[in-house]
Design a protein around this ligand. Structure first.
Ligand code: CAA
Length: 248
């Protein structure tokens, strides 16, 4: 049988890279999207994976731009024929209290983190319905479940992603398509490294596990949901947060 094809948006990010690796290891043909500004980094990233025996294709795409997503889909379908597994992992933070938040910081987070999932999924959902198979996995956050100081934009987008998963799960349930959410806690990536040290240390001190997650601990849940045998897990929101959610 041909390999299932998996597309990971933001696949060159901290969590995304581990998702690409684990989907590759579980026998998928893997493609990542990246944005223009990351192009040179992505070449080095792809080369690094190739040296470890992992072949990952990439296509340039700003997920906030619907037309760019349509163009990306044309390239992906021309090269790989179809997409069976879609992981919406592209995301940014623009933290700040709402009373100080500039409109562009609201809009960029909503457009990338939430509308990006629509813009990309819309390109592939009809093909999944026609073939009667799809696995859609949206990467949310503990902060979409609980809210976080300085993240009205991010928490709104991440909470919205799970609404998107639940509705899409119902629409796809009789068509062999599942849509699920994975909600990581604080993960050891460049995104959390960008937080002020004292804020990060204070947050980590409150995580019952006493540490941040490793990206591979999140990716294994994604790989599990991507399996054909995970067909009856649909519309779920799976936390991977070291018991953080239960401590709010
Ligand atoms: N808990 C309790 N109080 C808090 C708080 C918190 N988490 N964050 C801020 N405050 C309080 C401060 O103690 C301070 O109180 P006082 O005025 O009484 O001293 C007040 O709010 C103002 O705080 P700052 O001086 O820090 O205000 P600021 O405007 O400079 O920054 C902030 C505010 C943007 C929220 C900053 O604290 C920050 O960046 N926080 C981290 C936000 C965060 O968790 N981001 C996660 C990024 S990683 C990610 O998002 C991945 C994921 O999915 C988990």
């Amino acid at each position: 049988m041909n390999k299932r094809v998996a597309l990971v948006t933001g696949g060159n990010g901290g969590i995304g890279t581990e998702i690409c690796k684990q989907l590759n290891a579980s026998g998928h043909r893997v493609i990542s999207t990246c944005v223009d500004a990351e192009r040179e980094n992505v070449r080095a990233w792809q080369q690094g994976l190739a040296e470890k025996g992992m072949e990952v294709d990439w296509v340039e795409c700003n997920v906030a731009d619907f037309d760019a997503c349509a163009a990306m889909a044309e390239v992906v379908l021309a090269r790989h024929g179809q997409v069976d597994v879609l992981v919406n992992a592209a995301g940014i933070t623009r933290d700040g209290f709402l009373h100080k938040m500039a409109r562009h910081n609201w809009e960029s987070v909503i457009s990338i983190n939430l509308s990006g999932a629509y813009n990309v999924t819309r390109q592939f959902i009809e093909g999944m319905r026609e073939r009667g198979y799809g696995r859609i996995i949206n990467i949310s956050s503990v902060n979409g479940q609980a809210g976080q100081f300085g993240q009205t934009n991010y928490s709104a987008a991440k909470a919205g992603l799970h609404g998107f998963s639940m509705a899409l799960a119902k629409e796809g349930a009789r068509k062999g398509i599942t849509a699920n959410t994975v909600s990581p806690g604080y993960v050891d990536t460049a995104m959390t490294a960008a937080m002020p040290d004292e804020v990060r240390n204070q947050i980590v001190s409150q995580i019952p596990a006493g540490r941040m997650a490793r990206p591979e601990e999140v990716a294994r849940v994604v790989a599990f949901l991507a399996e054909e045998a995970s067909a009856y897990i649909n519309g779920a929101n799976i936390p991977v947060n070291g018991a953080q959610f239960t401590s709010f």
